[in-house]
Design a protein around this ligand. Structure first.
Ligand SMILES: CC(C)(COP(=O)(O)OP(=O)(O)OC[C@H]1O[C@@H](n2cnc3c(N)ncnc32)[C@H](O)[C@@H]1OP(=O)(O)O)[C@@H](O)C(=O)NCCC(=O)NCCS
Length: 164
């Protein structure tokens, strides 16, 4: 299995992965809308003869602490036959390494803390932010010391407003 940047020809398979994982097209639509808005900062595919999983990140604007470079992890899915084989973990770890190397200070995610906690995502760090998703499922991970100082209101990529 290799992890690489998404290519145009991957899209039908990625769409199918999200549709099967979530039973709807909203997550796949989110990826495409963020891309057309130029708000997608990283889109990676786990490839095992076919796309087996996908992860995406978009810009997050921190209004009170703008020098902190922040992004949002969403969405993430692994195709059903490939689940529980470490592919999701590899996608998250690989992408976090890339973001750290690209100078990102903070990542937020909305999801199950039992999954994201293993990567260091913490609901406590996210409590200092004011987002449309505040609550126990909102978590944050500092990729640098600076990331721990993030606070206040944030703006997600426009396409998130179309979810639900
Ligand atoms: C969640 C998901 C991305 C994990 O990817 P994966 O490749 O199957 O997971 P990994 O093999 O890396 O990790 C497996 C571990 O994650 C746990 N896990 C899997 N899905 C989980 C979930 N939704 N919530 C909490 N824990 C979960 C497994 O129980 C397993 O735990 P263990 O290591 O203690 O045994 C994948 O199962 C998936 O696409 N699910 C459907 C879509 C989804 O729920 N996406 C949002 C994620 S919050």
């Amino acid at each position: 299995m290799t992890i690489r940047l998404e290519e145009t020809t991957d899209w039908p398979a990625i769409y199918a992965i999200y549709a099967a994982a979530f039973g709807q097209s909203a997550e796949a639509d989110l990826v495409r809308n963020m891309e057309s808005d130029r708000e997608l900062i990283l889109s990676l595919v786990a490839y095992a003869e076919e796309p087996a999983g996908h992860i995406a990140y978009s810009h997050l604007v921190l209004h009170e602490t703008p020098p902190i470079k922040a992004c949002v992890l969403a969405p993430l899915a692994v195709a059903h036959p490939f689940q529980n084989k470490g592919i999701g973990t590899t996608l998250v770890q690989h992408s976090l390494d890339r973001l750290r190397a690209d100078g990102y200070d903070l990542v937020t995610v909305l999801g199950d803390p039992r999954y994201y906690g293993r990567f260091g995502f913490d609901p406590k760090l996210a409590e200092k932010l004011e987002t449309p998703y505040d609550g126990p499922y909102l978590q944050a991970l500092a990729l640098s010391d600076k990331g721990n100082d993030a606070r206040g209101p944030v703006s997600y990529a426009r396409a998130f407003a179309e979810l639900n």
